[in-house]
Design a protein around this ligand. Structure first.
Ligand code: PXP
Length: 255
């Protein structure tokens, strides 16, 4: 591993739309939120147009594409409908995720080993349109290897199990993430991570040098209720920069 790069912050705005959809009204607006996230230092806007449209709506995605200057990472299930939308909207990155109607949120990584052909076909169409592909997978070596064989630009490691565990189990989950990040980087993939990350648990993940992007939603939107979105994003940015600096210092003292 060479120089330790800064870690980018993708702010997931799904839950701004969740609040709006609770009343099916027009506020709060994820598009206005994107502008505030940008002022707070977000590097990217991440949104998930789900099959059941429970939060983000089609209009949000279209408007977001026109209004924000930031790159858009569209999380999407591998379905014909979502592929059609991505090919029309042309996000900077399509992050392929599993999607089951009943789950509260995305509960596991996409099984690219078991769905290799379907994922390959979707990727071919996205790549032909010039859209980079990130595969949201569990930190499992077999999944990482297939993601590389499929020719993805990036993998996003699912941090849910790390986030949901404590003590010794959390250390084990962190090691899984580290090992998957090292393998992904060695295989030429850009390595991202996300899901369930909070102000309390993000630092150890942000310290993994191979991880260059984190996508964080719920915790930032929750904090924004108290301190405002711009500040909530800025506070997360500060935590990421501190964790990264510490990783840099540690790597120097190891030499
Ligand atoms: N990355 C992916 C692929 C996701 O599906 C989600 C949840 O939508 C996130 C990141 C953000 O997760 P959280 O809202 O728990 O921060």
């Amino acid at each position: 591993m060479g120089r330790i790069l800064p870690v980018r912050l993708g702010v997931n705005l799904d839950h701004v739309a969740t609040v709006r959809q609770a009343r099916k009204t027009t506020e709060p607006s994820p598009v206005q939120a994107a502008l505030l996230a940008e002022l707070g230092g977000a590097d990217q806007i991440t949104i998930h147009l789900r099959e059941d449209r429970r939060h983000i709506q089609d209009d949000d995605l279209e408007l977001m594409r026109r209004v924000t200057q930031l790159p858009i990472n569209q999380e999407m299930g591998v379905t014909e409908e979502m592929l059609g939308i991505a090919l029309r909207i042309h996000p900077n990155v399509a992050c392929l995720v599993p999607e089951k109607r009943v789950e509260v949120t995305t509960e596991g990584g996409l099984d690219v080993v078991g769905n290799r052909e379907r994922v390959a076909r979707a990727m071919e169409r996205l790549h032909a349109a010039g859209i980079a592909v990130s595969l949201f997978i569990d930190p499992d070596p077999a999944q990482v290897r297939i993601a590389a064989e499929l020719g993805a630009e990036a993998i996003e490691l699912h941090t849910g199990e790390y986030a949901n565990s404590r003590d010794a189990e959390q250390a084990t989950q962190l090691h899984r993430l580290e090992a998957a990040a090292v393998l992904g980087c060695d295989l030429g993939l850009e390595v991202h991570a996300g899901h369930g990350l909070t102000y309390q648990n993000v630092s150890r993940v942000a310290s993994i040098p191979q991880i260059v992007e984190l996508n964080i939603g719920h915790s930032i939107i929750a904090r924004a209720l108290y301190v405002g979105l711009r500040q909530a994003v800025a506070e997360m940015r500060t935590l990421l920069a501190e964790a990264r600096n510490e990783a840099r210092l540690n790597s120097l003292s190891d030499k």
